[in-house]
Design a protein around this ligand. Structure first.
Ligand code: NDP
Length: 259
């Protein structure tokens, strides 16, 4: 995407949380291929994070690697500060780090699991958005935020994922509310909402028979691949292509859910 549509992405800076594997890793590589400078981020997968960073640099783009557990207070603020410290600014924040953690019926769900969801899926998104908005305003306005919702936000999710589904519904609604608050600063806030994409998270939390049954229900006839959100990320990052789009949830699910 060196010329034409999306050319405005050249040299812009994006932080993709949780980009050591899965959807985030593909987003980081896809946005770098479109000309963006990328802050790659991991929590525990240092080697995977280095692989993503090195692939971006080998392809001729700029990347740095950041570490931190976003469920800990203050970490997302530090990640944004480190991105700005290195690249001089930030243009887009993608809040991708998130997790289903484990499948549990509500009756068997502990307060501790609830708190884990609050810290990872709710608070880290909120805190990162708050810090990004402050930085965008400091830079004179403009900028974009893309939060990761899920088809689970609309369907309630597969068995035992009520807290995860609820957290993704929070993310979609919070994003719409924030989009209204910051539109006057020319900051756009949108969500990407994947259906069922083959990633380490799905491998860990969804048994193969569950995925096979789901695949049969998908009109396009298959589970998605981790790189099938890349086009949506590129589009949402580009003011030239999506400058009139804010407060939206882009559903990427092979037709599994048709609103
Ligand atoms: P993966 O589990 O494959 O990857 C998650 C990434 O987030 C990893 O880079 C991981 O880093 C990082 N991460 C996880 N927990 C933390 C934490 N506490 N602090 C910092 N980083 C963390 O997930 P997916 O790629 O499948 O999912 C990415 C996003 O998309 C998530 O928000 C998920 O909810 C959403 N989504 C995914 C769907 C799917 O079908 N795959 C469907 C709908 C939504 P590390 O490995 O270094 O720990």
């Amino acid at each position: 995407m060196a010329t034409g549509l999306g050319q405005d992405l050249q040299g812009k800076v994006v932080l993709v949380t949780g980009s050591s594997r899965g959807i985030g890793a593909e987003a980081a590589k896809g946005l770098a291929a479109a000309g963006m400078k990328v802050a790659v981020h991991y929590r525990s997968g240092k080697a995977e994070g280095e692989t993503v960073r090195d692939a971006i640099i080998a392809a001729g783009s700029e990347a740095i690697l950041l570490q931190g557990d976003v469920s800990e207070k203050g970490v997302v603020e530090r990640l944004i500060a480190e991105t700005v410290q290195h690249f001089g600014r930030i243009d887009v924040l993608i809040n991708n780090a998130g997790d289903l953690i484990e499948r549990r019926p509500v009756a068997d769900t502990s307060d501790d699991l609830f708190e884990q969801h609050i810290a990872l899926n709710f608070r880290s998104t909120f805190a990162a958005c708050r810090a990004a908005v402050a930085q965008f305003r400091k830079q004179g306005g403009g900028g974009g935020i893309i939060n990761l919702s899920s088809i689970a936000a609309r369907t309630g999710g597969g068995g035992g994922s009520s807290l995860y589904a609820g957290s993704k519904a929070f993310i979609a609604t919070f994003s719409r509310a924030l989009a209204k608050e910051v539109a006057a600063d020319r900051i756009r806030v949108n969500c990407v909402s994947p259906g069922v994409l083959s990633t380490p998270m799905q491998d860990r939390t969804s048994p193969p028979e569950m995925l096979a049954a789901l695949a049969k229900q998908i009109p396009l006839g298959r589970i998605g691949a981790a790189d099938e959100c890349v086009g949506a990320f590129q589009w949402l990052c580009s003011d030239a292509m999506s400058g009139y789009v804010t407060g939206q949830v882009i559903e990427i699910n092979g037709g599994l859910l048709m609103p």
